[in-house]
Design a protein around this ligand. Structure first.
Ligand code: SAH
Length: 212
């Protein structure tokens, strides 16, 4: 039931902290400060703080808040971090990171969503997020190396370009798997190669390649 935006937001925060999805003070604060209602379609405003994905156009979705919480906690954002995000979508995940890190490059394949995300991020005052139009499977070499890479579309694998563009000691958080089901993977780059940890099952919209 819709209680009002501030009330619904606090209810969602209690749920996510109660479930242990949100743990860090700075991330909880980011969830409080970024208005999810500004990153969704007008007709969905009453559902802005429901813990489920919503359609954002072009057949794409804004992830459920619990997934944004889990991914953001896994990223362990630091004020000095340079982040690469693959799959800007609405821009909401990038906005959550915006106040927690130094800068974010976010790549989106759908030109219409690039425009929507840029507008959403500008309205939210997220000036350290750069949205680029294109196929993020090749990353973005010009600003490499990144401290962390976040993939928010389902990918069949962690591509070599992402591995190459990550600094040593940095890590990649990505949903890796098939169409219906993926594992949330945290892959850390060490001097002896990548170490992978699994962090549960998830379902994301698929990564698409420009060439196919
Ligand atoms: N992080 C987003 C949710 C992203 S949904 C948010 O907070 O709203 C996944 C997005 O990945 C979709 O917008 C989809 O268009 C995009 N996508 C799919 N394949 C891509 C690719 N190869 N490169 C960049 N973006 C891609």
């Amino acid at each position: 039931m819709f209680m009002g935006i501030p009330e619904d937001r606090e209810m969602l925060l209690s749920k996510l902290t109660g479930e242990g999805r949100l743990r860090s003070e700075n991330i909880i604060e980011a969830f409080r400060e970024v208005p999810r209602e500004s990153f969704i379609r007008e007709g969905d405003v009453l559902n802005a703080y429901g813990d489920y994905p919503l359609q954002i156009g072009c057949g794409q979705t804004i992830s459920a808040p619990h997934m944004v919480a889990t991914m953001t906690e896994l990223l362990k954002p630091r004020k000095t971090d340079k982040i690469l995000e693959i799959g800007t979508g609405s821009g909401y995940q990038a906005a959550i990171l915006s106040g927690l890190v130094e800068s974010i490059i976010s790549i989106e394949l759908e030109p219409d969503l690039v425009l929507i995300a840029k507008k959403n991020l500008e309205n939210a005052g997220c000036s350290n997020v750069t949205v680029l139009s294109g196929d993020g499977s090749v990353g973005f070499q010009n600003h490499a190396p990144y401290d962390k890479i976040l993939v928010t579309c389902a990918t069949p694998e962690i591509f070599q370009s992402w591995k190459d563009q990550l600094r040593e000691g940095g890590f990649i958080v990505a949903p890796v798997g098939g169409f219906y089901h993926q594992d949330l993977i945290l892959a850390t780059k060490t001097e002896n190669g990548f170490i992978e940890e699994r962090h549960g099952a998830c379902v994301f919209v698929p990564l698409r390649r420009e060439t196919i």
